[in-house]
Design a protein around this ligand. Structure first.
Ligand code: SF4
Length: 363
């Protein structure tokens, strides 16, 4: 049985019904517990738990320091191609957007990597649009082998693959896969993924499991916040992680919490996910899934990233550029198309200084 089968059962759980019965006594009891169950997690996601966010934050901080110490792994994304065969309503790389697309050569990728190495990075995330024609697995394997000579870890965020293909990438040195479900609500998924192979909901939802099966050391997941009810999406996501952690205990599962950012198609969030919503979601997940890596990207503002840092964050991107070839061309210019606009534009030095100031060790 795959997680898709589990999701079909979870759809019948009415978290609203559970929310309507929660008492403050129950919340206080849950906050005393060492290990939370599925019901406890739903309670912490509820509107009734909002007055307890400070206590949740304190507990989340203590748990994280105990599990991960005060260390933050910094990473940088490298976009190597913006060709994409999918029509996703919220993304600037959608096939319907007309701009001059680009795929980097091996030497251009090396040049991008050199800039990041110079800045002190040892962890890279390679990103592409989804197009097997433009970025076939044979090319990716060459890229990974080349970059692994210079970097401690190289992960990929590309089109979903079969288990054997992921196995090939593991053998070439790939450490991790990032794949966002974007939205678990199946009806909404079909609405925002208009054309292309990404419309195959079941193949997408079972992608993290194929990566785990293939032996990826790290699998990073998430939902795009703003497409559907964030509380339900957080529930499905956490259940998905729980399912994978039980089945694949040797894989490190990580989570990201991306909110929709300004994009070429001017797609606006359907649901308003406020800073407080984001914080509640992260805290509830941290308390329910204490072993999970939690990543906070430059999509969020410096103020919010600094505020959320102690609540369970383990990984942060820094000085990111979301355009193909952006580091070499120093291109926060209008000549290239960014997948989305970032919000935290601080330099690596500034992020490192901030982390040290708060007593964290940047890795
Ligand atoms: S979200 Fe991914 S698959 Fe969809 S258009 Fe953007 S790059 Fe392509």
């Amino acid at each position: 049985m795959s997680f898709y089968e589990t999701y079909k059962k979870l759809k019948n759980v009415s978290i609203q019904d559970i929310f309507s019965t929660i008492t403050s006594v129950e919340i206080k009891k849950i906050l005393q517990k060492k290990k939370l169950n599925e019901f406890d997690f739903i309670v912490l996601l509820s509107p009734a738990a909002v007055p307890y966010l400070d206590i949740m934050a304190q507990k989340a901080h203590e748990n994280t320091v105990q599990q991960f110490y005060k260390k933050i792994e910094l990473y940088a994304p490298i976009y190597i191609s913006d060709f994409c065969v999918n029509q996703c309503e919220y993304c600037s790389f959608s096939i319907t957007q007309t701009f001059k697309r680009k795929k980097l050569s091996l030497s251009e990728i090396q040049a991008e990597a050199n800039v990041l190495k110079e800045l002190g990075f040892n962890h890279l995330l390679i990103l592409t649009g989804e197009s097997k024609t433009h970025v076939p697995i044979s090319f990716l394997k060459q890229v990974i082998k080349m970059l692994k000579k210079q970097f401690d870890s190289v992960s990929i965020e590309i089109q979903p693959m079969d288990t054997t293909e992921y196995g090939d990438l593991v053998a070439s040195g790939t450490d991790g896969v990032t794949v966002y479900q974007e939205v678990y609500n199946e009806e909404t998924y079909k609405k925002v993924h208009v054309k292309g192979p990404k419309r195959n909901y079941q193949y997408r939802i079972d992608t993290p499991e194929r990566a785990c099966k293939a032996g990826m050391v790290k699998v990073n997941m998430g939902v795009l916040l703003g497409l559907a009810d964030w509380r339900k999406e957080a529930y499905y996501l956490a259940m998905h992680v729980n399912y994978l952690q039980e089945k694949y205990p040797n894989t490190q599962i990580g989570l990201s919490f991306p909110r929709i950012r300004p994009n070429l198609g001017e797609f606006e969030p359907v649901v308003n996910v406020t800073d407080q919503h984001l914080i509640q979601m992260m805290l509830a997940i941290r308390l329910f899934l204490p072993d999970c890596n939690m990543n906070l990207s430059t999509r969020e503002s410096p103020t919010l990233r600094d505020e959320i840092l102690p609540y369970g964050v383990t990984n942060m991107s820094a000085a990111s550029c979301t355009a193909v070839g952006g580091y070499v061309s120093q291109s926060q210019t209008k000549t290239v198309n960014h997948q989305f606009d970032i919000s935290d534009v601080r330099s690596v030095e500034e992020i490192v200084t901030m982390l040290k100031h708060k007593g964290y060790q940047p890795i």
